[in-house]
Design a protein around this ligand. Structure first.
Ligand SMILES: [Zn+2]
Length: 98
């Protein structure tokens, strides 16, 4: 198995996203799944900014962006992406009405 970088060591939200997508690629290319990785995805590092209230589908954040995945951890299909936080409330755009 390829050695993958530890998400806990990411220096920025963009790097965290990149690391997780490397994982997704590795998972898609093999018979392994997320259980094979020695990392707790529910406690990923965050990079500043206000705490997000509704963390459904939101895995991490910085002052301007959120790290989101589609649905549950179906990264093989959807990948991980960065989305801008709502400029008014700071929540995910799909969690507010602004
Ligand atoms: Zn809003």
């Amino acid at each position: 198995m390829t050695t993958l970088r530890d998400p806990d060591n990411a220096a920025s939200l963009a790097e965290l996203c990149e690391i997780l997508n490397d994982w997704a690629e590795e998972i898609a290319d093999s018979d392994s799944d997320l259980d094979d990785y020695d990392s707790d995805l529910t406690s990923l590092p965050t990079f500043g900014g206000a705490e997000v209230n509704d963390t459904t589908e939101v895995w991490s954040w910085d002052t301007e962006h959120l790290l989101v995945s589609g649905g549950q951890i179906t990264v093989q299909v959807n990948g991980w992406t960065l989305q801008s936080r709502c400029p008014i409330c700071g929540e995910a755009p799909f969690h507010c009405n602004h």
